[in-house]
Design a protein around this ligand. Structure first.
Ligand SMILES: Cc1cc2nc3c(=O)[nH]c(=O)nc-3n(C[C@H](O)[C@H](O)[C@H](O)COP(=O)(O)OP(=O)(O)OC[C@H]3O[C@@H](n4cnc5c(N)ncnc54)[C@H](O)[C@@H]3O)c2cc1C
Ligand code: FES
Length: 278
């Protein structure tokens, strides 16, 4: 038992590996996001949903990203020995990543952190993601389906162009609901209506959220009201990614008061009831 007594048992993870990974593909999936596929035979079978890798992004004359950038595992294919990352081209690190060509190599460290915990007793879970949060939730949905747990995916996005991973969720038979800013369906009141419908229909044994503070707060409130467990994958800027520098500390509300935890090694997945906004 860890100090997070209210958690499900934390899985035993394998020791992360530092490797030189070759780029298999690095293609645009929409105007903002790219999918990076790496040949990573040693860590691929070890990677679990909700864990992440620290990517050493390349340097060039335009960008010198000093620290590694944490990226959630979008897919880990043990048979092919590949890991995939879905990333939004944002600043120095991801601009540098975006320039990588097939056959080039980069250093990666992982898998790192504590991922999602799936209780075999869950019959139907709901995953709620927005933006890059969808990258984190897709492998969770697949792990749930492999356990014969039903999944409803509430996928929030700015516009139809920004909806990603629908095919991944559909392939496992998930009920997929696309929620858009453009038609107002991503409005929290509408998301709440979906969650209450799922609860009435006995399809809300647990909630998993990533990528939106607003959606996290909504899920947190409903989980408390309905007595449902929930987990949230949090983002925080990181330096070492392995628990040594304390750059990634955030506050959490526990029964013993507010405590500080390192997102990189005590998370990035936490009990939703304990998460505080930022
Ligand atoms: C566990 C974890 C998993 C992640 N998974 C993914 C993923 O799958 N795909 C993905 O695209 N990104 C992911 N991120 C975010 C990623 O690590 C980078 O922070 C992000 O890609 C921006 O990096 P950059 O070098 O392009 O931009 P930078 O030049 O570092 O930053 C650009 C701007 O964004 C701000 N910023 C950077 N990082 C964050 C952050 N985490 N939160 C808030 N503001 C920030 C900076 O302050 C700056 O203003 C994840 C982060 C964490 C902690
Ligand atoms: S990033 Fe260094 S302790 Fe978390």
């Amino acid at each position: 038992v860890t100090k997070h007594d209210n958690r499900l048992a934390v899985p035993q993870y394998a020791t992360p590996a530092e490797i030189l990974a070759a780029v298999v593909a690095n293609d645009w999936v929409n105007p903002e996001y790219k999918l990076l596929v790496l040949d990573a035979r040693a860590p691929a079978p070890l990677a679990a949903a909700g864990q992440f890798f620290q990517l050493a992004c390349p340097y060039d004359e335009d960008d010198q990203p000093y620290f590694r950038r944490p990226m959630s595992i979008y897919k880990a294919d043990a048979a092919k020995g590949r890991v995939e990352f879905l990333y939004k081209v944002t600043g120095a690190g991801t601009r540098a990543l975006a320039k990588l060509q097939t056959g080039e190599t980069m250093r990666i460290l992982g898998p790192l952190g504590i991922g999602f915990r799936l209780d075999p007793a869950y019959r139907h879970i709901v995953v709620i993601g927005r933006g890059v949060g969808l990258a984190t939730l897709a492998p969770l949905a697949e792990a749930a389906a492999a356990n014969n747990t039903g999944v409803t995916a509430l996928l929030s996005a700015r516009s139809p162009d920004h909806v990603m991973s629908v095919g991944r969720f559909a392939a496992i038979g998930a009920e997929t609901v696309v929620l858009l800013d453009t038609d107002g369906s991503s409005d929290p009141d509408n998301v709440e209506a979906h969650l209450r419908r799922l609860h009435r229909n006995g399809r809300l044994d647990a909630v998993f959220v990533c990528g939106s503070n607003r959606l996290m707060l909504l899920a947190q409130r409903l989980c408390a009201e309905l007595g449902i467990p929930g987990q949230v994958a949090l983002e925080q800027q990181m330096a070492c990614g392995i628990g040594m520098c304390f750059a990634c500390v955030r506050d959490f509300q526990t029964a013993d008061g507010v405590v500080s935890r390192r997102v990189c090694c005590e998370g990035p997945v936490f009990e939703i009831a304990e998460a505080l906004t930022w």
